[in-house]
Design a protein around this ligand. Structure first.
Ligand code: MN
Length: 308
């Protein structure tokens, strides 16, 4: 005989929600763990990113003092099982990700917001190509937060290396990159002539850049890809390639707020490249809270506007 449910912990899911708020048939937010790590070039460990984010999310306060409500109770967050890693080529894994995202949005009900947890940044190639097929490619744009331009056409023999993530996204969608502070000469040359690409370097995140972002996303759908190394290593050291001079917590909140206030909607986001450091929980917690607050800002933005 099984003891009463009150003797067990709440669901082992993102935010630690009870079953009724974590039901994939009813939740407005779907969390998809993608623990894929194959092409990492420096510090390793992104395969442990999704688990660390989910563990940390169970400590995130559900009450949002900015709104005076619990967004989790209004939205519901369902955590899907981790994607099985394809042991073949990166190309096969990217196809699998694309197929799964297509399937998720082809289902009924369609989620309002899908959040993929990386894993390394190469997963974004599959997500972007799915996004361009699910939505009208004239209606959706991509915004990338990252330290690295990731504009190489191929790296170490693969077009799906994590150093090529932005180039693959750009194949599918117009792209604005924010927080960049590491770019090769070849990428910089490509960037200066590329169509549909705007690069905002980390030290250019000023009022004028805020307006450019607002303009870029205005009345569009947005696919947001957050490489956590876009944040400053002082608050986000748990990444494979930390670069000084990154965005602060307040600055990434500004990016999210500008998108929430100007875009028509944000159906897909990924948060990638967390390589947890054993014993250091702050970066994991930051990633979890960032996802919760971003989901609240994007999905409850109408209420937010009404309240202002
Ligand atoms: Mn990066």
């Amino acid at each position: 005989m099984i003891p009463p449910r009150s003797h067990f912990q709440a669901g082992y899911n993102f935010l630690g929600l009870p079953d009724e708020l974590a039901d994939p048939q009813r939740a407005q937010v779907l969390i998809l763990p993608v623990p894929y790590e194959a092409t990492t070039t420096y510090g390793a460990g992104t395969r442990n990113g999704p688990t660390a984010i989910i563990m940390a999310s169970r400590q995130v306060e559900l009450y949002d003092y900015r709104r005076g409500c619990e967004p989790a109770s209004e939205l519901g967050f369902a955590t899907l099982p981790p994607l099985e890693i394809h042991s073949g080529s990166p190309t096969a894994m990217i196809s699998r990700i694309e197929e799964v995202v297509l399937h998720i949005f082809g289902g009924d009900p369609q989620p309002r917001f899908l959040v993929a947890l990386g894993g390394e940044h190469s997963i974004s190639a599959g997500i972007a190509s799915a996004a361009a097929r699910i939505f009208d490619p004239h209606e959706i744009v991509a915004v990338q937060i990252d330290a690295h331009a990731d504009l190489r056409d191929e790296f170490e023999g693969s077009p799906y290396n994590h150093a090529c993530a932005a180039r693959r996204i750009l194949n599918c969608l117009p792209l604005m990159q924010i927080g960049i502070r590491n770019i090769s000469e070849e990428e910089d040359r490509f960037r200066s002539t590329a169509h549909r690409l705007i690069t905002i370097f980390a030290d250019e995140w000023t009022e004028a850049a805020h307006e450019r972002l607002a303009e870029f996303v205005r009345n569009k759908l947005v696919y947001l890809t957050i490489d956590l190394d876009g944040l400053d290593p002082s608050i986000m050291p748990a990444v494979g390639t930390p670069e000084p001079g990154g965005l602060s917590w307040q600055q990434i909140q500004e990016v999210i707020r500008i998108i929430a206030q100007n875009a028509r909607g944000v159906p897909i986001m990924d948060v990638v490249e967390l390589a947890p450091i054993p014993g250091l929980i702050a970066p994991d917690f930051l990633a979890a809270k960032l996802i919760y607050w971003a989901a609240s800002d994007f999905l409850l933005r109408e209420e937010r506007k009404a309240a202002l």
